[in-house]
Design a protein around this ligand. Structure first.
Ligand SMILES: [Zn+2]
Length: 137
């Protein structure tokens, strides 16, 4: 999982802790990072959700630790793959994302049979996080 850095080297996809307003630590944020020039770019697929989270926290957040992998399915997939496989390989990431999609679809079946609209909505949101997001650049 690489993209090229403006400095000419490869940026690696890693999971980082992003500290917001010096108080809130957001852990397991997928970030492309360059070892040569130390440039960091948030993984495009999670940028919007991270922006929303930071917006919710505001400029004076309480000291807290927020696991981003519980908020965004991509961060969860990448965290699981990273635990087993370093550096992150695109093939294993895709495989894990597919597994997770199937899992969510199974849950969707259960939610539908229970007629649980709130759960269905939550599952739909998570599925759309996974389906829209993989854009290698
Ligand atoms: Zn660089």
């Amino acid at each position: 999982m690489f993209k090229s850095c403006p400095c000419g080297h490869d940026m690696k996809l890693i999971l980082r802790t992003v500290v917001h307003a010096r108080k809130a630590s957001i852990v397991n944020v997928p970030v492309y990072s360059c070892e040569i020039c130390s440039r960091n770019e948030v993984f495009p697929g999670v940028k919007e959700e991270l922006g929303r989270l930071v917006g919710r926290l505001g400029t004076r957040p309480q000291a807290q630790r927020i696991p981003f992998d519980e908020i965004h399915e991509w961060a969860a997939v990448l965290r699981e793959v990273a635990a087993a496989d370093r550096p992150l390989q695109a093939a294993s990431v895709m495989r894990k994302a597919e597994e997770r999609t199937n899992e969510l679809l199974d849950l969707m079946l259960i939610a539908s049979s229970l007629g649980d609209e709130i759960w269905k909505k939550e599952l739909k949101r998570r599925l759309s996080q996974l389906s829209a997001q993989y854009i290698p650049t």
